[in-house]
Design a protein around this ligand. Sequence first.
Ligand code: GDD
Length: 370
Amino acid sequence: MPGNLRRRSDGLVEPAANRQSELDVYDGGSNVKTALITGITGQDGSYLSELLLAKGYRVHGIVRRVALEDPDHRMQRIRHLLPRLELHSASLESFASLFQVLARVQPDECYHLAAQSFVSYSFEDEFSTLNTNINGTHHMLAAIKAVAPKCRFYFAASSEMFGKVREAPQNELTAFHPRSAYGISKVAGFELTRNYREAYGLFAASGILYNHESPRRGFEFVTRKITSHVAKIRLGLADKLPLGNLDAKRDWGHARDYVRAMWQMLQQDQPDDFVVATGHAASVQEFAEVAFSCVNLDWRDYVESDPRFFRPAEVQLLLGDARKASRRLGWEPTCGFHELVEEMVRSDLERLEDAGERSEGLAEPMTVPN
Ligand code: GDD
C-alpha cells in the first residue's frame, strides 16, 4: 500500500494524514456534497474524481480488494488523488458489502461505473460478465433503495446496447439490439435503473455513452492499443500492429468531456436518460491512419490483420445523436477526433521515452492481453 494510504481496522482505506481536517480546509463549507464512485480506479472514475473534487465534493470510491493489494498498478490513474479520496473495499458480487458501504457513506450522489467493460472478453466468459454487470447494478440499486433512498444514482449505460443498429444516428428512442453478453448486461442494467426510478421513485439516471477515450484508456481497447503500438514502433520497440476489424466505425470522444455529462445528469430536477456522443464516426482504420500520421509513418506498413481480434458478432457502426443532452444539460463535447488521437499518441510517446530514460524497462502498466 502506498505510504499515503493506511487500512483501518474496519477495512476502510484512507490517507495516513488526518483527512477530515484536510477536506475541511479543501472544501471549507458545511454544504459539502458526498459522492460515491464504483469503478473509481478506471479511466472514467479518475476523471470524474478530479471533476468532483474540483467542485468541492467529498469523494468516496469502492475498489476491489485486489486493487488494495496491488495499488501501484491498479490505482495508477488515481494515485495523484489518493490523499483526497476515501476508498472502501467491496465487491459488486456481494450485496452485503455494497450495502455496508452505502449505509456508512450515505452519499448524495452515486456514480456506478464499475463493470466488466471489455466487449471481447464478454464472448470468452459470458457468465461472469452477466453476473458482475447485472447483479452489480441490481445490488447497488437495491442497497440505495434500502439505506440511502435520497441518493441520486448514475448508471453507466452504453451505446453497445444499440448493437445491430436500427438507425443512424441513434438517440434515446432507438430500439436496442445488443450483440454481446456485455451489451445484454448493459440493457439489463439500463432497464433496472429505469424500473427503480419508476417503481420506487429513486433519482436514477442512465448515460448512454459512446466510446470515450484518453491517455488513461486501458491497453485492451483498440484506440489505446493503436496509440501505444504507434509509439513503440516510432521508438523502434515494435514493428507490427495486429488488429481485427478495421471497418468498424465508432463515435469517439474524450473521457474528460463525458464525465462532465454524468455529473450534469445528476443536477437536473428530474432523472432521465441521455445519449452522450460527438455525432461524428470514424473507422478503426481511420484512427490508425491518423495515429501513424502523427509520427510521420504510414499505417499500411505496420498494421496487419489478425483473426484473433475479430469478434463472433460485431457492432459495425455506432453514431450518436446527443441533441437531448445538448438541449437539456447544456452538454457539448470539446475535443475533436484528431485532437484526441494526437493527445493519446503524444502521451504514449512521452511515457515510453520517460521509462527509457529512467531505465525502468518498458513494461506497460495495466497490460492485459489485447
Ligand atoms: N479491442 C480491440 N482490439 N478492438 C478491435 C481490434 C483489436 O485488436 N481490432 C479491431 N477492433 C474493433 C472492435 O471489433 C470494435 O469494433 C472496435 O474496434 C472498438 O473496440 P473496443 O475499443 O474494444 O471498444 P468497444 O466499441 O467494443 O467498446 C467500448 O465502447 C463501448 C461504448 O460503445 C468499451 O469502452 C465499452 O465498455 C463501451 O460500453
